[in-house]
Design a protein around this ligand. Sequence first.
Ligand SMILES: C[S@@+](CC[C@H](N)C(=O)[O-])C[C@H]1O[C@@H](n2cnc3c(N)ncnc32)[C@H](O)[C@@H]1O
Length: 286
Amino acid sequence: MTDNFLCMTTFQNTSIEQVRGYWDRRPCNLRHSPLPVGTRGYFDQVRERKYLVEPHIPAFADFPAWAGKRVLEIGCGMGTDTISFAQAGARVTAVDLSENSLKLARQRAQVYGLADRITFYHANAEQLGQIVPVEPYDLVYSFGVIHHTPHPERALAQLRAYVRPGGQVKIMVYHRRSWKVLGIVLAQGRGRFWQADRWIARHSEAQTGCPVTYTYTRHQGRKLLQDHGLRVTDLRVEHIFPYRIKDYVQYRYVKEWWFRCLPAAVFRGLEHRLGWHLCLTATTDA
Ligand SMILES: C[S@@+](CC[C@H](N)C(=O)[O-])C[C@H]1O[C@@H](n2cnc3c(N)ncnc32)[C@H](O)[C@@H]1O
């Protein structure tokens, strides 16, 4: 068993069916556009909003670097990054647990004329090898996924087999020492830090009641990868959500007054210390 104390607490007995059900009910970023779901305009707006609100993603994923390379994406959701990899010229294998998310991702690949560059699989990352042929990939990428599965260490053990010698892994997991965690525990949990995991999971996503959300300190995130034979080459903390929710849900981007008062450089500094996204890049030693 991992020595990550978080994995010994709240979520180990949550079933994968609960996780699947949650993401099937509302695929990630489903309401990123008010346009009819599945249209080109809808998918364009989903992408625009995602990269507006999470502008660090293109820099982290570095889509152009994977032109002509093989990318395995674990937990593709409705395929925003999947499409970006394929548009940049990568051959992509994309996996998700949620059939409803995959349905949108497949449709999106058709809409953009990229279906021949992407192979989709409906699979549980914890049992990847049972569904997805084990082949060497230049990049194994997973953004915001591993912390939502009941046994993250099992998912890591699986995905390691898909990285070619000298290949890269890029994983984003949620950061424990973050502004977001502080906000959730103070506002929703009324300061009950001893129940933090439960409150974080309940309020980590746009749709309340996520069945599994682990969070990691820098040290724990690094160790999660190292324990599976991966050497972390870059670790950065990103992303504080600065917008007023009541405007954001109306597709208006008005920052909270306290963030408006901060000079941009100070806000970036705060993001690098207390951001919600722990972005890890690792490699196998060739
Ligand atoms: C927060 S969403 C992120 C989706 C996508 N990576 C993105 O950034 O838009 C989490 C995704 O992880 C998927 N997921 C959770 N547990 C999984 C598992 N064990 N195996 C495969 N996918 C999983 C969910 O179905 C969901 O689509």
